[in-house]
Design a protein around this ligand. Sequence first.
Ligand SMILES: Cc1cc2nc3c(=O)[nH]c(=O)nc-3n(C[C@H](O)[C@H](O)[C@H](O)COP(=O)(O)OP(=O)(O)OC[C@H]3O[C@@H](n4cnc5c(N)ncnc54)[C@H](O)[C@@H]3O)c2cc1C
Length: 381
Amino acid sequence: MTEQVYDVIVAGVGGMGSAACWHLAQRGQRVLGLERFDLGHGMGSSHGMTRIIRLAYFEGTQYVPIVKRAHELWTETGARAGMDLLYVTGSVDLAPEGAGFVESSRQSCIDHGLTHEMLELKDIQKRFPAFDLPKGHIGLWQPGGGFVASERAIYAHVGLAQAAGATIRTNEPVLDWSPTADGGVRVRTERGVYHAGRLVLTSGAWMDTLNPALAPHIKTVKQAIGWYTVKDPEPFRIGKMPVFILTVEEGNFYGFPLWEHPGFKLGGPHFAREPIDPSQPDRTPSPRQARMLKECLDRYFPQATSEHLALKGCIYTVTPDDHFVIDTIPGVPQVSFASCCSGHGYKFASAIGEILAEIATTGATRFDISPFSLDRFKQAA
Ligand SMILES: Cc1cc2nc3c(=O)[nH]c(=O)nc-3n(C[C@H](O)[C@H](O)[C@H](O)COP(=O)(O)OP(=O)(O)OC[C@H]3O[C@@H](n4cnc5c(N)ncnc54)[C@H](O)[C@@H]3O)c2cc1C
């Protein structure tokens, strides 16, 4: 069988991989994107319609330049594709005073000169009537926060990539890859063997199978998201309800205003992570996860019901420190990868696609990705 030849192969066309395909094709590369399932499937990490984006990043200052670039790209790419990808609804972080969460978000806003406002409980109740929070809760309002239409963005990136000449093949998992004597890569699937100068691994929850160097450092866990019937849609509409992250004694939840779905979307608790083997097909949230969402709704959202219209499981690929890994494979610089975004990566996907395209075409990126190196796990060991 003759090998088909490309400049770059992208293994995994989900959130990150679709963006990489577009940025590579835009740079004139001959791109092949290989995807295990249908495009926009519900087995990985990017389904469920929306993902929160916020500029203040209490997780670490290393993320801020990348999220700023991601923000620009969501707007730019949406305009090119003729689709709205970024919705700026404002975001509010809510937690008991002194718990540290709102305080560190505030510090991040101050450090990066981001517009923000501290809210007391009475301000929260007045401005956002969907919430009924316990005494002692405070909030941090950021007008620049919002959400990205995550599934739509995959279609936008792939459509643009194809229009720029990329080949996208679905239901064709990469079985394995090996470096070649010419400094390139040979990639094998059930349907063929391909040769490329560079390989980009964006295989999300299946990253361990293609990237043995990373495998010992990552875990895959299931998260629950639900869309719930509301008694009155008004307090849940964009304008009345921002995206939010809510810390309460039951855990850390997050949610969205009503958008393209009659149900109020609530997810979490963020740290109630249950191991999942991505190769098994069941994505149903556990009874415990469903119960925790129900308890959060019953207690803090009097205008919603806990009757779900949809309840889905989704996968986080997590690292020991909950930070990303964006790097090349040790000793194989022609193979780069990004993933393991520990449940907070989607907002960056547009910029991570660009970073991967820069690495594949020039060997470097203008962003400082040293905090995301694979090496840090060796140093920590
Ligand atoms: C419930 C939930 C809520 C979240 N909320 C937020 C949020 O509000 N904000 C935020 O920024 N982030 C959030 N995240 C995290 C974010 O969604 C993920 O970091 C992001 O989607 C990861 O994208 P990815 O491209 O790595 O994975 P995916 O989009 O899953 O893409 C990986 C792709 O690789 C394919 N693949 C796997 N193996 C192979 C193979 N061998 N060959 C070919 N293809 C392969 C898979 O089929 C898949 O399509 C959330 C995640 C979940 C699960």
